[in-house]
Design a protein around this ligand. Sequence first.
Ligand SMILES: Cc1cc2nc3c(=O)[nH]c(=O)nc-3n(C[C@H](O)[C@H](O)[C@H](O)COP(=O)(O)OP(=O)(O)OC[C@H]3O[C@@H](n4cnc5c(N)ncnc54)[C@H](O)[C@@H]3O)c2cc1C
Ligand SMILES: NC(=O)c1ccc[n+]([C@@H]2O[C@H](COP(=O)([O-])OP(=O)(O)OC[C@H]3O[C@@H](n4cnc5c(N)ncnc54)[C@H](O)[C@@H]3O)[C@@H](O)[C@H]2O)c1
Length: 456
Amino acid sequence: MSTSHTKAVEQFDAVIVGAGPGGEVAAIRLRGQGLRVALIERELIGGECGYWACVPSKTLLRVTTAVSEVRHIAGLKPPPIDWGAVSGYRDYMVRDFDDRQQVQEYEQKGITFIRGEAHLKGPGRLEVAKRIVETPHIIIATGSQPRIPAIEGLEQAGYWTNRQATAFTQVPESVVILGGSAQSVELGQMFRRFGAAVTLIERGSYLLRREEPELGTLLADYLREDGVVVELKKEAVRVEVEADGTRVVHLNDGTQARGRHIIVATGRAPRTYFLGLEEAGVEVTEHGIRVDEYCRAAPGIWAVGDVTGIAKFTHVAQYQARVAADDILGKPHPAKYNAVPRVVFSDPEIGAVGLTAEQARTQGLEVVTAAVDFARTLARPSTYGKNINGRLGLIADKKRGVLVGAWGIGPEAGEWIHLPVQAIHAATPVSTLRDMIVQFPTFSESFFYALQQLDV
Ligand SMILES: Cc1cc2nc3c(=O)[nH]c(=O)nc-3n(C[C@H](O)[C@H](O)[C@H](O)COP(=O)(O)OP(=O)(O)OC[C@H]3O[C@@H](n4cnc5c(N)ncnc54)[C@H](O)[C@@H]3O)c2cc1C
Ligand SMILES: NC(=O)c1ccc[n+]([C@@H]2O[C@H](COP(=O)([O-])OP(=O)(O)OC[C@H]3O[C@@H](n4cnc5c(N)ncnc54)[C@H](O)[C@@H]3O)[C@@H](O)[C@H]2O)c1
């Protein structure tokens, strides 16, 4: 019998913790099959992606890319940037940090939305906002947060993460960015093109450490052409603030970088600390919640998205959400990650999928590669504008006669990289791909020419 001290227990078929891209897709898919679903979110529906990551950064980058595109076209002059209008559109795209309409839409769908931070309280039981919910199926979709390196003076000096770096109201005069991967490259080029002086500090020997090294080298050249100072093989060891607010970042080679703000973009850590996961039998490593190929983390618990640390992309969070939801619905199919697209929205864009040549060799494959230089091979670059170039590389397993990886840099790479994405996903034989007809003059023709070169 319940007393005034005992909380009423609410029962659901499934409870999803975190309403980022992963949590949203899982909730809608399960509700679509008639399950009683609760969706718990401690901040805003849409997660990091919707407010402080993909959406604002791509909205802002589109402006600087469009202006730059004009520079390449004969007879056009770059228009001035109206920052008020730009930031107004960014604010519209992040819904002015207001998700009331989303809450209503979920309720109309019959999903119970609960605002608050969820804590696991035993098998199938969660506490949130002074409510107790029970369910046989919990999906953890709590995302990731910035990994802050231990650098003397950094905490005292203060720093920006992706949150401040996508929600800023005035373009700073200068920034120093720590890290040299997707976040830093996108933010660095964006700030530079909005007029800030930018220094980017990466401890590795090339940018985009998970990609084909050639991509990082080409990208560094493009960033330097924009005026970004790219410092490779360097690390920050100490930070101090001068009287006028300038942050001075001392590097391990005795040099320094100076800026009004420091942006920390040195990777992201899983958001797991408050959930009580270990007690529930979930294994948590520094990369995230360990899951099997069905996104199962423990009996009655699934995990999807950044919190798994498998591949921190919105489309992967959404894919894993479909995998976990289908498992719960009794239609299991294992997750496959061999054809995940990885796009960096720099200018020119970077697209990649599958293995690098080095990774393929490490796996013992009989690796053959081919690469195509756009300006030398295609008609599209010169019809697109002046001084347009790009490159596409393919990596194949000669023994199986299929592609296992691809990388590209050039205008719209984020679109045409999906040709190899589909080929790798479907394991289409190279001999079949070679017979494909590709529209003239497009950047996609590079795929056709690279295929002809492959020794498969
Ligand atoms: C600057 C930047 C740009 C990016 N750009 C892209 C891009 O262009 N394309 C792309 O694919 N990826 C991009 N990413 C990565 C992308 O943002 C993430 O992969 C994606 O947000 C992961 O989705 P998720 O659902 O796993 O987590 P999140 O989006 O982090 O959402 C998790 C949600 O869970 C909530 N939560 C956490 N703990 C609890 C709790 N205990 N109780 C209740 N709620 C909780 C959080 O408040 C959050 O809303 C970018 C990342 C950054 C930092
Ligand atoms: N377009 C996109 O899809 C997109 C854009 C931005 C971010 N993301 C995702 O967000 C996640 C986080 O991105 P990220 O770029 O922060 O992380 P990352 O883990 O990809 O890269 C971090 C980089 O910081 C460097 N680094 C770490 N500590 C350092 C230090 N003390 N000094 C100098 N360099 C240091 C590392 O060598 C590495 O190159 C990624 O997994 C990425 O997939 C995706």
